[in-house]
Design a protein. Structure first.
Length: 284
């Protein structure tokens, strides 16, 4: 991307009048290019699309789509840009702009998750998931998509991961076996999951290690789980805190994958190879 910007600077100084106009526009509107086409740029500058196309080819690109790909692959936010964006967000939030308030709250929730990843109980949860013989992920049917995504991510690091959501009385699968040997139950709690506490107590009585993901200050008892990973409070009592939950599950699965090291890399390669045989896309 730096090479692209440098070429633009050169054309802005020594190109033809049309090239100078295009180079100046691209330089001043880099963040807008993903939403532009050669025709829209030409229209803004009162040029022909062919002129814009020739300029892009002179830069070494087949068209604006090639530039978009490079921007997408190399784009980074500098510390100055980040600080400027945060200042603007804080100003808008302090003025009560609804979307700014929402984004500020979500950033604060992400900070909570990041702080959580440095805590001892986070490392304990990662180790339990990585080393156990089996992992079950239980939640309310409403959050089944979240637990399925989490389980799919965990398959990059290990075998024997299953999501159960209680539909059709499926929680009974946990207790049909005569004994439990080194198994972990991850419970994703939510407002509607009325059976979560009963499930946790029963699972611990049967010998499961229980990892609980629940909102801060929820009325859980310490003996109902081995490890608690608290989510920040929801914006309103009648809402589930879904954005932080997604972030927590992604961070937790990524930590387990990183902990698996080379084994995870080999598993990913095997998945990609087999997906290629089937003509499908491997889990990412």
């Amino acid at each position: 991307m730096e090479d692209f910007v440098e070429k633009l600077r050169q054309y802005a100084k020594s190109g033809t009048p049309a090239e100078r106009r295009i180079a100046k526009y691209f330089t001043e509107h880099l963040n807008d290019l993903p939403f532009e086409t050669a025709a829209s740029v030409a229209d803004r500058l009162d040029l022909s699309p062919m002129t814009v196309g020739r300029f892009l080819r002179a830069l070494g690109y087949q068209g604006l789509d090639s530039v978009k790909v490079e921007i997408r692959e190399t784009a980074t936010t500098s510390p100055v840009q980040f600080q400027s964006a945060m200042t603007e967000l804080q100003t808008d939030a302090s003025e009560g702009k609804p979307l700014a308030v929402l984004v500020a709250e979500q950033i604060q929730a992400l900070h909570h998750i990041y702080h959580l990843t440095a805590q001892p109980h986070w490392g304990e949860a990662v180790a339990m998931i990585g080393a156990s013989r089996e992992v079950f992920v239980a939640t309310h049917a409403r959050l089944a998509g979240f637990s399925n995504h989490f389980c799919q991510r965990l398959t990059l690091a290990r075998d024997s991961v299953r999501a159960i959501d209680g539909a059709g009385n499926r929680f009974t699968e946990l207790f049909a076996r005569s004994f439990v040997e080194d198994a972990v139950l991850v419970i994703i709690d939510c407002r509607r999951f009325a059976r979560s506490r009963l499930l946790a107590r029963t699972a611990r009585r049967y010998g499961y290690k229980v990892i609980l993901i629940s909102a801060q200050h929820a009325d859980w008892l310490p003996e109902q789980s081995n490890v608690v990973l608290p989510l920040p409070p929801a914006r309103a009592p009648d809402m589930d805190n879904l954005p932080p939950l997604i972030a927590l599950l992604d961070c937790l699965s990524e930590a387990v994958i990183l902990g698996a090291g080379e084994e995870a890399s080999q598993r990913r390669r095997r998945m990609v190879e087999f997906a290629a045989i089937l003509g499908e896309t491997a889990n990412r």
